[in-house]
Design a protein. Sequence first.
Length: 539
Amino acid sequence: MDIVEHYIKNSSLVDIPVDYAGLLCESTLKNHLGDMFKRKDKFIDLVDSAVAGDINLLDGKGNELKKPNASLWKTMKKQLQSAKSLDDIKTWPNPSSGSEKGDFEKLFGVIPSNFGKDLNGLTGKSGEPTGAEWEHLITYQFNKLVGAPEHKESTEVALGFPKYLEVAKKIAENLKKESAVGSGQMTQFGGGSSSSNCSSWWIGQGGSNGTPKADMITSSCGISLKKKGGSQLMSAGTGETLATFNTALEWFSGDGDGIRKVNELIKQIEDKFDKITTHLGKRELDKLSKLPEEDWPEKSRSDIEKYIEVEAYHKEINKTIKEFDFHNNKKFRDFFVYEAMSGQRKFTGGENNARASLCVEFDDSSGALSKVISTTSDGKKNFTNPPKVSSDISKLAGGAKFYVAWKSSSGNPYSTFRANISEGNNSTIKIPTINEILRKTLAEDALIIEYKKRLLSENKQLNEFQILKKMLSSVKGAGKKFLNWMQGIYKKFLKNVKKALNKIKKLGKDAFNAVLKFAGIEISSVRADIPKDVEQFMY
């Protein structure tokens, strides 16, 4: 027995002598044939497929075994089907003496201990394939079909599901007909679900789900694969939807149609400024200027204060922005659905292979492709910026609707911050907010500067808005010079506003985002109603 143990331990170095082969098979019959017997239905399906030439069985090192003899297998198959225990297939292992081979070695060219149970799927899972296992099945059959090198993991998994190999072959044949897929090696792409797969930009927008869109990849195509009638995934979280929305917003802003829409929005904002100016400023001040000072009502100071009240501007301008109808804009819908199905922006700079250029639904009973949806214009990995959205996406995006919740970027109407907008790789354009423009206008005024110096000499520190209110309260009847001064400030303010808006118009893909920053509001959450035909590929 010592020599047998020696050869067991060193079987990778030398072949076991014939004299001891039978002894080895007999003494370890339970270990080596046990899995075949316990999973005899699967084993029978495997050998049937090998006899038919549909698959190649492997030895323990991954080498292909010879094609089984159909006549011998017919006899052995009957034995196995009627066997109640391992004693009923005693002709399978080699005899304990002599050079005669057992039926197993005659059939496969190797003794049971050298048969690749793991590689042939006899120690794997039973039952129907999971989604990932279907991907392996199809990958295995596709590579065989086009003569490409095997994907080792897919081979190991696929051979564990012999009953599904034929339908997987039909699916592979149908995939081969899609020009976008190409004829090179296919790889099942796992990728996990870690947020590290995502780009840093995506994480910054609140997204975190790193599950790849692509399930299988070739050199030309990333395929998102779903089974017909399969269970649907849960809807995306707020962060994922918001990140998708902001991606679409950037692409929309940089598109020709989007640029026109953003410019229209900016024109509406400019018109609002003119309207508010007339209502709160010029009209009230003109009325007061025509009255004798002694007849000015006490509330005149509050009228003048309204002249520089930023809340009025925020209220009107925010209303204009919030009324922008995203789901009635075809280009925006296209970009949103495209990103949700392809993951182009989500994974660019992260796990690039996770992007999908082709979305496929298959019928596991017939092998037909029940849905084939290109995300890019040709279904290939041509991920341009901005993207070239396919006609498939445009048709399916028609029913998409968006419900946007907004919030103020700052609770203090007199706070100031500067919106940093990136342009290219090396520069950052700074867009002032409405609040900041007004504060800057006041800060640069000579009279405010002098008044501020006086307060500093009294060890008092106030911001520009507080100084203006203090000046108003100290004026005994606001004379015409004071009113003219106020109107002068307002003209400078409007000039600076229009200068900022003109700057925003030139920002391209960052224009819409800059408008939001300028107005001091941001999108807090988005809910998207998506057509059912594409929902399964989106999240």
